[in-house]
Design a protein around this ligand. Sequence first.
Ligand code: FES
Length: 576
Amino acid sequence: MTTNSGLRSTQWFGATGRSGMAHRSWMRSQGFTPEVFDGRPVIGVATTWSELAPCNVHLHRVAESVKRGVWQAGGFPLEFPAMALGETLLRPTAMLYRNLLAMEAEELMRANPLDGVVLLSGCDKTTPGLLMAAASVDLPAVMVTGGPMLNGKYQGADVGSGTAVWRFEEDLVAGRMTQEECVFAEGCMARSNGHCMTMGTASTMASMAEALGMQLPYSATWPAADSRRYETAQRAGQVIVDLVRQDLRPSAIMTRAAFENAIRVNAAIGGSTNAVIHLLAMAGRLGVPLSLDDFDVLARDVPTLLNLQPNGQYLMEDFCYAGGLPVVIRELAEAGLLNSGAITVTGRAIGANVADAPCWNREVIKTMADPFQPAGTGTAVLRGNLAPGGAVIKQSASSPHLLKHRGRALVFDSPADYYAVSNDPELDVDEDTVLVIRYCGPRGYPGMPEVSNVALPRKLLLRGVRDMVRICDGRMSGTAYGTVVLHVAPEAAAGGPLALVRTGDWITLDVPARTLTLEVSDQELAERRAGWQPPPPHASRGWTRLYDEHVLQADTGADLDFLVGASGHEVPRDSH
Ligand code: FES
């Protein structure tokens, strides 16, 4: 019954003697017939399903569709759980656990008799976590993201998950909305399975997976509730069996050319700043040379084509019906801004995949000739004595009048310290003040949470101020907006200059010049540094201690230092 097909799974299921018997016999306790051990490709279906990760809760149904496709194509599918990271529930932040998911999934893929994997993700960190794992194992892999929720609907209008939360909060503080209205609106915003349906981090990373060539065309945009999401999943099950037979691996797909495509697509969709960190971490696993500055240089020629929240008006469901991500990729290709020859999981080049992609709504997907926002309004990388390792700002989410700004710093060592006084009518702050919120980086919080876009002081909100410059070593939700300098590196907890800022210092932000300057002399900074003490570690044991000791800074992707790179899929020693 068992043949040696040359696949790695035959080292388990094709083995003779006691070992082979153990491998097969216990699998048959699930009711599989012996034919499944005949040397066909064994496909792992890694699912980040959990009721604690509501954006991923339908993935077990997606997995069923994937498995259908695998069976159809002559493979043997085996579903297994990988750590589910729910953005809205996990404390102190899901980002603390992205690398743990990546490490867990990597080890599971390598240690088990798998020839290829289908990666099921959805909520923000699950997509990069699984791709980082697949990169380090380098077995053939296809991603299927779970798709966005249907548009939120409240009082006759569309509301975007995440993005509307910020607005509702401000309306509540300013007295424009009652608590009862707010509770009702919560239920209207998230009304189906799926991840956030704005162009937040989940939609961005799903688009990145498609732009990198790791998921099938249109996969990023089918709503979670759309039957074509399941059709695509079934197709992915067929495709992975082919990829195993062709031995087409992530390292052949996620090349420098593919990352360049992803960066440009991120600019064209007005994607989340979180893509910067995740793509850097993924490139680090593959040994692909990619730097923070690539995100600025490559995106400068790319206009924003999508009119989607949080930058614009529409939502992912509208993007889907307008034609989906292939339209955006085709527009870039036709403008000479795509590495069209980059190979994808279809086995074809990305340019060929999208060549005929039709657009059905130019209000949602604009053209290169008439873009939603002009080139040069995407994510900018800032440097200066306040961020020697770099910082980023999402220009399209910022207020144009604040992109060149000089103001006095008002400094807080945590968001909690700020919120303790933010409603105080006597707070010494005006619209020119620069709010500095620090110790929110990878080590500082820990986990680099999405806390950087703190709500404005109440006294300014009541005066109608809608934005002010904020600077932080943490992240910002992809669904959020505001003139917020993010990912300042090195972070305060690692002794970056951010730790040395004092209330009253002058800070100059000049986005067109790409600078962030603390107007304090080097000598004064050296004196302040002599009196600075690093904060104590957050934990004496467990994952948080390991993370704290090994996490890298944001400018290289905040991976753990010992997880950078790949180990492949070889496991020479048997278990019995
Ligand atoms: Fe899961 Fe937004 S909270 S995608």
